[in-house]
Design a protein around this ligand. Structure first.
Ligand code: CP
Ligand code: NVA
Length: 299
């Protein structure tokens, strides 16, 4: 495997391997047992904003012995219309790997094909695989395992986070409930393709949260959807607040991939109460992505 393009393409063994490797890399931070990116230069091409993903990859590549350059799409010819396949064929002859955050999943797929270098999806409209690996690591650290746990995703059921969680549930077999307004459920065609009995959809956030172990949310409007006021108003009943959490298991944890919009998808009170978990989840981006880099880098 030389790319991380989606959770869809992974399997249980690979997911477990990434999480175990991240645990090891986290434990040996500052005293690495190997430098798999020594002598390598990686590029990041971002056409959307980022704090966590950008910083964790910049730090992670360096900690693995490599160097990294950040390329905002506005600063390279891609932003002026040069096709992704040409960009890929140029970078593929110069750098050792590329990390891409953009809109269309197809662009990341095309880059991997034409660049012929390890390629990582750092978020597209379809998936956010790096985030899911960090989330699984956080679940493992906080609850010991995801096996037998009930995980709820509340908010936009048809965004990159919900889709990646759905694929993770398909591979790993835990119970996943997506609670979203009907018009924000993943399409039937997508659910048919996933074909997972352990993933259910509901429009009732209270039913979803009943006996839940992990309550997970994300922004109501993803990057690129800013200003869609008619969509945002659908989510009033889907706020993660202390009242909703009374329906969850007593020792539940709350996850948020961040950035968080307080008093929209999550209340200030809940976010601060669960800040220890949520910022551990953010830190885990670094460790999980180092596991990916170490696995897919060409030696
Ligand atoms: N969660 C996440 O991907 O954060 P950034 O958008 O800040 O990278
Ligand atoms: N669904 C969000 C995730 C942000 C990390 C977005 O795409 O904006």
């Amino acid at each position: 495997m030389n790319h991380l393009l989606s959770i869809e393409e992974l399997n249980a063994d690979l997911l477990n391997e990434f999480v175990s490797s991240a645990v090891k890399l986290k434990a040996e931070r500052g005293n690495p047992s190997s430098l798999p990116l020594l002598g390598q230069t990686w590029a990041m091409i971002f056409t959307k904003s980022s704090t966590r993903t950008r910083v964790s990859f910049e730090v992670g590549v360096r900690e693995l012995g490599g160097s990294i350059m950040f390329l905002s799409s506005n600063d390279i010819q891609l932003g002026r219309g040069e096709p992704i396949k040409d960009t890929a064929r140029v970078l593929g002859r110069m750098v050792h790997g590329c990390i891409i955050r953009t809109f269309a999943q197809q662009d990341v797929v095309d880059f991997s094909k034409y660049g012929n270098i390890p390629t990582i999806n750092a978020l597209t409209d379809d998936e956010h695989p790096c985030q899911i690996l960090a989330d699984l690591l956080t679940v493992k650290e906080k609850l010991g395992t995801w096996e037998g746990k009930k995980i709820v995703f509340i908010g936009d059921g048809d965004n990159n986070m919900s889709r990646s969680w759905i694929w993770a549930a398909k591979h790993l077999g835990f119970e996943l409930v997506i609670a979203a307004p009907e018009s924000c459920h993943p399409p039937i065609k997508f659910m048919d393709k996933v074909n997972a009995d352990n993933v259910t959809l509901t429009s009732d956030p209270i039913v979803a949260c009943k006996d839940a172990d992990i309550i997970n949310t994300d922004v109501w409007l993803s990057m690129g959807q800013e200003g869609q006021a008619e969509k945002e108003v659908l989510f009033g009943a889907y706020q993660v607040n202390s009242e909703l959490l009374t329906h969850a298991n007593e020792d539940h944890i709350v996850l948020h991939c961040l950035p968080a919009y307080r008093d929209k998808e999550i209340t200030e009170e809940v976010l601060e109460k669960h800040a220890d978990t949520i910022f551990q989840q953010a830190e885990n981006r670094l460790h999980a992505q180092k596991a990916v880099l170490a696995k897919i880098a060409k030696v």
